[in-house]
Ligand binder design. Structure first.
Ligand code: FAD
Ligand code: ZN
Length: 465
């Protein structure tokens, strides 16, 4: 007989419905599960004891960080069998080394807190995304999060040097190395990054730090098409070099939705333009230097006919307002009603053609459908979201989401792209993976899962089809 609850040496155990409820519903309120308990260990030893107990009794385990994931990976299924392992109490900064430029933090540390800890010692922790006030380093690594600075600093994977992991039998892997070079065999660390909690529980990580830029300045530019935005990207890279740290594109509809649902964030230009680009430069010299370089870039871009209008932020407050336009898109689209999300990537060179072709295909199949297209153009990654035609019921629209997904993801496949650029697979995309990954890739994934987790207790039903 499986005891209903784990023993006392695993940390705080929550069972009252009022206490467990927030851990059982995902951020988008799409997946609502049940669990025998939510457990909050505060040390790696407690995590290990919990996992051992789960292995002994074949109890499924769902690791959870900030529960901001967008694919349903962080919540249990409806069976009520699972334990949710919340890492919220494992949030200490264990060490900062300003010579090695690394920070070692526990997995439950909130991303914004890690950024602040780095800033306190004069360093930059560059991972940045709209959920940074809630998401955790463990979740960021488990989904290999991207965000708005990938162009310059890479994904969570590129920022990670070492991990501490509790394996599915409860054993602890002490892999917190701070090495930039280590060629001693298979890269075990990289297997856990992006594994969505299916191979083990990340309990701590050693992450890279960078010099803190002296000034960060943003500019916003109006362009006629994704093609023009790409040409602007090329020009900006040439003129700003590694100072260009962000390049985000937003369609006019995105900005209209933000203006509608966030009255404090009006559209940046009086005229409507098909797309806007938000650029960020991180300058090693000064704000004045950054602004002057942006002015020169925008002048050249206007001369070349790439940019119809542009504003370079004149203050930190104005920069924040520009970022708010970008960061409020998801919530504005949610406030507008139900929608279908796609988090796709294609080679950067194909992105203009991809948008044109997919827009046309969807408009033909689903007349009146509204494309809410935005994202990290500099990484070839767009959030190609779609909302129902004005006035159409959200549930009726969602009933057609499989057909919509097929149009978008077949177009992605035709462009040699990926159906999940940064949000992961979770339960949302698990079945689609079968259609878009090769049999060889799927077989290798299943063999890795089997090798690490032969009992199948680590986040079952997620990621691996
Ligand atoms: P959770 O949601 O708790 O978990 C995510 C997955 O990781 C689950 O499968 C879970 O089981 C697993 N997991 C969590 N912690 C651990 C651990 N310690 N060990 C093993 N497995 C674990 N993502 C981007 O990449 N770029 C963006 O720009 C971006 N913007 C976002 C904006 C908003 C407003 C929101 C709500 C989300 C956004 N995301 C973005 C989604 C992103 O995946 C998450 O925000 C973040 O990376 C997940 O961290 P979390 O701590 O909330 O993880
Ligand atoms: Zn994103």
């Amino acid at each position: 007989m499986t005891p209903a609850l784990p023993p006392a040496d695993v940390g705080r155990v929550l069972t009252a419905p009022a206490d467990t409820a927030p851990f059982l519903l995902d951020w988008r309120k799409r997946w609502h599960g049940r669990a025998r308990a939510v457990v909050q260990p505060s040390t790696v030893e407690e995590v290990s004891a919990l996992v051992r107990w789960c292995a002994q009794h074949r109890v499924p385990l769902v690791p959870q960080g900030g529960n901001t994931g967008l694919t349903g990976g962080s919540v249990p299924d409806a069976s009520g069998e699972a334990v949710v392992l919340s890492l919220a109490r494992m949030n200490r900064v264990r060490a900062i080394d300003t010579v090695n430029d690394t920070v070692t933090v526990e997995a439950g540390a909130v991303l914004a807190a890690v950024q602040a800890a780095a800033r306190e010692v004069g360093r930059l922790f560059p991972l940045s995304l709209a959920a940074e006030g809630s998401c955790t380093i463990g979740g960021n690594l488990s989904t290999n999060a991207g965000g708005t600075a990938v162009l310059r600093y890479g994904n969570a994977r590129e920022l990670c040097l070492g991990l501490e992991v509790v394996l599915p039998d409860g054993e602890i892997w002490h892999g917190l190395r701070g090495l930039r070079k280590d060629n001693t065999g298979y890269d075990l660390r990289d297997l856990f990054v992006g594994a969505e909690g299916t191979l083990g529980v990340i309990t701590a990580a050693t992450m890279k730090l960078y010099p803190l830029p002296v000034a960060q300045v943003t500019a916003i530019a109006a362009v006629a098409s994704p093609h023009a935005a790409l040409e602007l990207l090329g020009l900006a890279r040439g003129m700003l070099g590694p100072s260009l740290t962000g390049f985000e594109m937003m369609s006019d509809l995105c900005l209209s939705l933000v203006a509608r649902h966030f009255p404090d964030c009006p559209k940046p230009f009086a005229d409507a333009h098909p797309y806007c680009v938000l650029l960020e430069s991180s300058d090693p010299e000064s704000e004045a230097h950054a602004t002057a370089r942006f002015d020169a870039l925008m002048e050249r871009a206007v001369e070349h006919g790439l940019v119809a209008d542009a504003v370079v932020a004149q203050s930190i407050a104005q920069s924040r307002r520009f970022w708010a336009l970008r960061e409020n898109i998801s919530e504005a689209q949610a406030a507008e009603g139900k929608n279908v999300k796609h988090d796709i990537s294609v080679p950067i060179s194909s992105i203009g053609e991809f948008v044109e072709r997919t827009d046309a295909l969807l408009a033909e199949r689903f007349p009146g459908i509204r494309m809410v297209v935005f994202g990290h153009l500099g990484d070839g990654n767009l959030h190609y979201n779609v909302s129902p035609p004005e006035g159409v019921d959200g549930d009726a629209f969602l009933a057609r989401q499989d057909a919509i997904n097929a149009v978008v993801h077949d177009a992605v496949a035709a462009s040699s792209g990926s159906i999940s650029a940064e949000h992961g697979i979770g339960v949302l995309r698990r079945e689609e993976l079968v259609r878009y990954k090769s049999p060889v890739e799927l077989a290798l994934m299943r063999r890795i899962k089997q090798a690490f987790d032969p009992l199948g207790i680590m986040n079952p039903g997620k990621l691996v089809p």
